[in-house]
Design a protein around this ligand. Structure first.
Ligand code: SF4
Ligand code: SF4
Length: 298
């Protein structure tokens, strides 16, 4: 990214606007489409999906249960029904395959709010005043589980922003909206990417779930990198990129192996050199046709 340009400018020039925004647009369609399915029932009486992101039944046939919620239920002394176990098993298998934090990029509606806050933060050039360790989210995750155990209730779910989006849209003005506005202001003006990148226990849970996931982003053509830094600028978890992109000298493969990569594909969008692609974890060889910059057309 050169001075005065936005991240992705070069990609728009070289690939065109659609190719430079493809994964971002597909994610928004996915996030809004899923949210829309949940709202069709309460808003219009069309019950394709019943329930919420925490626990749902699609077409009166497909149960889906948030495994993090199931864990809290178990710790609080609840006895989940068989259908909840089946729903959780389906969700676990799905995210073991596609990457745990694909939930954050492709499903979670809060991501739209935090992405908007990050965009505003970048445009205004606001410096973060609060920095949290990235491990804070795992401590908060442990705390929410401990809270369920000690209180015998799903205490975290009362304030969970992910559930709050649904509550805010179904029940209208209320504390859920205030919470979401506070989250936006926090990310925009206090801590850039603060919520999803450092604090959210839901994201922490799904990152643990996706540790060994099959689908991965690969910096397969890293030899083409021209150090414009656009991918680092737009990535919600920029620390995950460097080992794959710059690790060739130390023998590291091109796969992004950190469980905190959300598989959002934004790095693919904004890279004018087409360094990144979606790949599988079985393809981490340092031997590929892109090893030498001289092989690449200018
Ligand atoms: S980190 Fe939490 S709030 Fe952010 S996208 Fe993931 S689940 Fe949603
Ligand atoms: S590395 Fe790429 S796919 Fe992973 S979180 Fe960052 S921008 Fe998204």
């Amino acid at each position: 990214m050169r001075a005065g340009q936005y991240a992705g400018h070069d990609a728009v020039v070289s690939k065109g606007w659609w190719a430079a925004h493809k994964w971002l647009l597909l994610r928004r369609v996915s996030q809004l489409g899923i949210l829309g399915l949940f709202l069709l029932g309460p808003w219009f009486g069309v019950w394709i999906v019943e329930g919420s992101l925490a626990s749902s039944l699609t077409l009166e046939w497909l149960p889906l249960t948030d495994p993090y919620l199931l864990l809290q239920m178990l710790l609080s002394g609840g006895r989940p029904m068989q259908v909840a176990w089946i729903g959780a098993a389906i969700v676990v298998v799905f995210y073991l395959l596609v990457g745990g934090r694909a939930y954050c990029a492709w499903v979670c509606p809060v991501n739209i709010i935090t992405d908007a806050a990050a965009w505003l933060n970048r445009r205004l050039g606001f410096k973060s005043t609060a920095n949290f360790s990235r491990s804070t989210r795992y401590w908060i995750l442990a705390l929410t589980l401990l809270l369920a155990l000690l209180t015998g209730s799903l205490a975290w779910e009362l304030v969970n922003p992910v559930s709050s989006v649904y509550r805010a849209l179904v029940f209208g003005i209320g504390s859920a909206w205030l919470l979401l506005v506070a989250l936006f202001l926090f990310d925009a003006f206090v801590s850039r990417r603060g919520w999803c990148g450092h604090l959210c226990p839901v994201g922490a849970f799904y990152s643990l779930l996706g540790k060994a996931s099959v689908v991965r982003i690969s910096a397969v053509a890293r030899a083409r990198c021209n150090d414009c830094m656009d991918c680092f600028e737009v990535c919600p978890e920029p620390q995950v990129i460097r080992p794959a992109l710059k690790g060739e000298a130390s023998g590291a493969g091109p796969l992004i192996l950190s469980p905190n990569c959300t598989n959002c594909g934004r790095c693919i969008d904004v890279c004018s050199k087409d360094v990144f692609r979606i790949d599988t974890r079985f393809n981490n060889s340092t031997n590929n046709q892109f090893l030498h910059k001289t092989e690449v057309a200018p």
